[in-house]
Design a protein around this ligand. Structure first.
Ligand code: FAD
Length: 496
């Protein structure tokens, strides 16, 4: 029977796994133990999220107010990309929808037709999140259904990664998870099956288990060091391989969005929290040195640096298999695509969801393992193309890094997507893709990639109808935004 789950690692992946498993399994025969080493520590970054995090928090029954207070969170409506298309030009990738779909096709096709006929050129005026972000506004909204319904405001959070792990630890421990402090130095496998049986700690302690979740970070202590599963390296498409991170003092208004600012050899994030700003420069070490990167970051802070900058290394890509024998990798041990669209925490959530759905009872079935591996690979693969598009479609050719990404060979799946988009403004999405039409449309147009046509169905309504429908949507968006307070005021009033 699978009765003893052992989680190796107490970063975001470890505690998200522990909390979700504890919530679902507590009270039954399964025990959960988490081993972590304070001496090794966690990666300590990972502070911007995307809206599905709400599904995770709701499944755990976490109160939003408790969570926002405990993690010193703020609200995120999307990401502003500055200098990506070219120096001095910015665009916004919002959450939520652009307009609303009509007659079975996306709103974008109607907007493309309208623009062609001299209508509004600003497609973001049809998106409540982008319009609210422009005015630094935010609140949760409640609607009464009906014809006067105003658009929703979809959001995610920025939070302090250390406080989030602490918050989840308290949640998990309250539901019976045992935490063991110590550094794992050896792993014992069953000589016949190859299954992991025990973790041996430097302090002499032995932790036995039936199912091991490897949340040990980039090192992949179980999935790679024990099983040598192999890593599919995507750095030829996503060549950034380093980051330098530093917190800084808050200044000015509290922004309800992440800022991503392109530099010569990568890009910089700015993540506003209640008590500080998280900053980092993600760069490619082939095109700049650590010292230069550090200098670029420190010269581009809004407020005073609050700690010594920390450098991190990584290789973009995915573990060839996340589940082998009785070991499942979750978090950085299963892959990393770089933080451009804040997808890593979401990929942890997806993995945890699948582990619970496929949780083995008496034995581990190979068909479920195969399914888990296939689905997790797809999750990473779909995000990969979206990230590559940010780099590859650019007018920048002012540094060796930008010349490389502008001219690199693209994955066939992305080439196909871009061809269809160019011809008819249509985004090919699969049913479970994390990034859908609005995201692709905002980023492709933001990067300067213009479609030549639109879907023929958009021609089926009259000019008057088109004008009436689009004006109605735009007015509803403006009305919604006019009801919102400033984000800073909102956060201070409810959480600080
Ligand atoms: P870690 O945080 O590295 O934790 C590993 C754990 O394993 C630690 O507790 C460590 O002590 C333990 N451990 C390892 N070896 C041993 C051992 N031998 N014995 C005992 N314990 C051991 N994600 C987002 O969603 N949004 C973002 O904005 C974002 N920004 C990022 C920016 C950068 C530069 C990087 C590198 C990542 C970013 N991420 C982001 C990813 C995010 O940080 C990670 O997905 C998340 O923190 C999960 O990390 P982890 O728990 O897998 O690994």
């Amino acid at each position: 029977m699978i009765n003893r789950v052992v989680i190796l690692g107490g970063g975001t992946a470890g505690w998200m796994s522990a909390a979700a498993l504890a919530k679902s399994l507590a009270g039954g025969p399964v025990s959960i133990t988490l081993v972590e080493s304070e001496a090794i520590g966690t990666v300590g970054v990972g502070e911007a999220t995307i809206p599905p995090i709400m599904i995770y928090n709701n499944a755990l029954g976490i109160s939003e107010a408790d969570f926002v207070r405990a993690t010193k969170a703020t609200f995120k409506l999307g990401i502003e990309f500055a200098n990506w298309r070219k120096q001095g030009v910015s665009y916004f990738h919002p959450f939520g929808m652009l307009g609303s779909d009509m007659d079975g096709i996306s709103f974008m096709h109607y907007w493309l037709r309208w623009r062609k006929n001299g209508g509004a050129t600003d497609f973001l005026s049809f998106n409540a999140e982008a319009c609210a972000a422009r005015e630094n506004k935010f609140a949760w909204v409640e609607n009464e259904a009906g014809p006067k319904m105003l658009p929703d405001v979809n959001y995610a959070y920025h939070f302090d990664a250390g406080l989030y792990a602490k918050f989840l630890r308290e949640f998990a421990e309250a539901r019976g998870v045992s935490r063991i402090e110590g550094k794992v130095s050896e792993v014992t496998q069953n000589p016949h099956t190859g299954d992991i049986e025990k973790l041996l700690l430097e302090n002499g302690r032995v932790v036995e288990g039936d199912l091991f979740i490897d949340c040990s970070g980039f090192r992949g202590m179980l999935i790679e060091q024990v099983y040598q599963t192999g890593y599919e390296d995507w750095s030829h498409w996503l060549p950034v391989d380093s980051a330098v991170a530093v917190p800084s003092a808050s200044t000015g208004e509290l922004l309800p969005y992440t800022r991503s600012i392109a530099h010569d050899a990568g890009w910089q994030w700015r993540i506003p929290l209640q008590h500080r700003v998280g900053n980092g420069y993600v760069y490619c070490s082939k095109y700049t040195s650590d010292e230069q990167a550090r200098e670029v970051l420190l010269n581009n802070l809004d407020g005073e640096a609050l700690a010594e900058p920390r450098t991190l290394r990584f290789t973009t890509g995915v573990r060839k298999k996340s589940w082998v024998n009785n070991c499942i990798a979750v978090g950085l041990s299963s892959g990393f695509l770089e933080p451009l669209e804040s997808t890593s925490i979401h990929l942890i959530q997806r993995a945890v969801h699948k582990i619970l759905a496929m949780f083995p009872r008496s034995k581990i079935q190979p068909s479920l393992v195969e399914r888990f591996n296939r689905e997790m690979y797809q999750e990473y693969d779909e995000v990969k193309d979206f990230l590559i598009a940010h780099y590859a479609i650019t007018e920048r050719d002012d540094s060796p890094f930008w010349r490389y990404v502008k001219n690199m060979e693209l994955p066939a799946s992305l080439v196909e997507k871009l061809e269809v988009f160019k011809e008819r403004g249509e985004v090919l999405v699969n049913r479970y893709d994390m990034f859908r039409e609005t995201s692709w449309f905002a980023v492709l147009l933001g990067q300067g990639f213009e479609p030549e046509g639109y879907h023929p169905v958009a021609d089926a309504i009259s000019d008057e109808q088109l004008h009436m429908r689009l004006t109605h949507i735009r007015n509803a968006v403006a009305k919604r935004v006019s009801t919102l307070p400033k984000h800073g005021e909102f956060v201070r009033k409810h959480y600080m």
